[in-house]
Design a protein around this ligand. Structure first.
Ligand code: HXC
Ligand code: NAP
Length: 293
């Protein structure tokens, strides 16, 4: 019996399953596209010829996204926007349309998250994560959908989720609830807008560590010891693997796929043991003492 070696590694960054130029003449908006996975997704669309619009709140993130797209040679526009603000979103679409025409693809990647036991979570902490992750995703989607319905043009939306949408997420009650809402909304809107040519899908990353991860999330991952051996794939994801899934879902080769949420996680969320280890409370996992009012 050979030693298990896990799922094979993917081709290098720069490879693509789609024909060169698949996104020539296509504009793709990526929220939160200046950091982490959003930047990785935007890069794969850029390599296939897309014009990229990156939108988020912080100048340094917008600048990082711009530089990454320019390094690939893609036309890029950065627009400061808080996706909690519908007026800011409308202005973002106005700017994108003026620069490149109405964007044909929207990737709702921006999200907010931090680990916190539910009993410690303030009402405003809950509200903030729901507002950015769920409400922000809907507001972006609504603006994109209305503009395409008015113009009678097709479009494709990809909503980035998380697998605790199905399982719940101890330590992440706010984010898990928001991601469950996103998955459900994806299914509703795929049906509502299919007749108008608008495809709506979800894309769920598994564990994709990257240099932009917030300290909170990074600290939480460090507590899981060695990340690779905790995954059935015996490795974590590489960003291009998520980008390839996104570029496929919005491509002409996936037009009949809608209302689907694709999980790219090496089967990690399906992992079960024959016998369960002892339960460790979220407080203990986070190294917190007893709850005090
Ligand atoms: C408890 C916290 C907290 C923390 C903030 N809050 N951080 N509570 N633990 N670590 C509370 C604050 O005290 C405040 O409540 C409320 O949340 C709002 O905080 P603000 O700082 O005012 O909010 P804002 O400036 O809008 O910033 C939003 C943010 C911030 C979510 C807090 O972290 C952010 O901008 N994040 C964006 C990037 C991000 O989150 N990326 C993660 C995506 S990764 P009070 O009551 O004090 O007013 C992901 C991975 C999933 O989703 C899978 C992981 C394995
Ligand atoms: P990240 O680097 O922290 O990215 C979050 C992005 O969202 C940032 O670019 C941030 O930019 C933007 N953003 C946050 N609040 C915003 C707001 N109010 N308006 C506009 N933009 C806002 O996180 P990531 O790891 O790349 O995660 C990307 C997506 O993948 C998220 O949806 C996340 O839930 C999901 N995910 C990630 C993992 C993983 O392993 N990394 C696993 C499961 C799911 P500004 O600060 O400039 O606004």
């Amino acid at each position: 019996m050979p030693e298990p070696t896990g799922l094979p590694h993917p081709p290098d960054v720069g490879a693509s399953a789609l024909p060169a130029g698949t996104y020539d003449g296509v504009t793709v908006v990526v929220t939160g596209g200046g950091t982490g996975l959003g930047k990785g997704i935007a890069a794969e669309f850029a390599r296939l010829g897309a014009s990229i619009v990156i939108t988020s709140r912080k100048d340094e993130h917008l600048q990082a996204g711009k530089e990454a797209m320019e390094a690939i040679g893609a036309p890029v526009l950065t627009v400061p926007c808080d996706i909690r603000e519908p007026d800011s979103i409308a202005a973002c679409f106005d700017a994108a349309t003026e620069a490149f025409g109405l964007p044909q693809v929207l990737v709702n990647n921006a999200a907010a998250n931090f680990p916190v036991p539910a009993e410690d979570m303030s009402p405003n902490a809950w509200r903030t994560v729901i507002d950015i992750t769920l409400n922000g995703t809907f507001f972006m989607t609504r603006e994109f959908g209305r503009r395409h319905l008015e113009a009678a043009t097709p479009g494709s939306i990809i909503n980035v989720g998380a697998s605790y949408a199905w399982t719940g997420g101890p330590g992440f009650a706010h984010s898990a609830a928001a991601k469950a809402g996103i998955k459900n909304m994806t299914e509703t809107l795929a049906v509502e807008w299919g007749p108008y040519g608008i495809q709506v899908n979800g894309l769920v990353p598994g564990l994709f560590p990257h240099e932009d991860m917030t300290a909170d999330i990074q600290g939480n991952l460090e507590r899981t010891n060695d990340k690779d051996v905790c995954q059935p794939a015996l490795r974590v994801g590489q960003r291009q693997e998520l980008g390839w899934a996104a570029t496929f879902l919005a491509s002409p080769y996936a037009r009949f796929i809608s209302g689907h949420t694709l999980v790219v996680d090496g089967a990690n969320w399906q992992r079960r043991l024959l016998t369960n280890p002892p339960v460790v409370t979220v407080r203990d996992q986070m190294g917190k003492g007893p709850f005090e009012l």
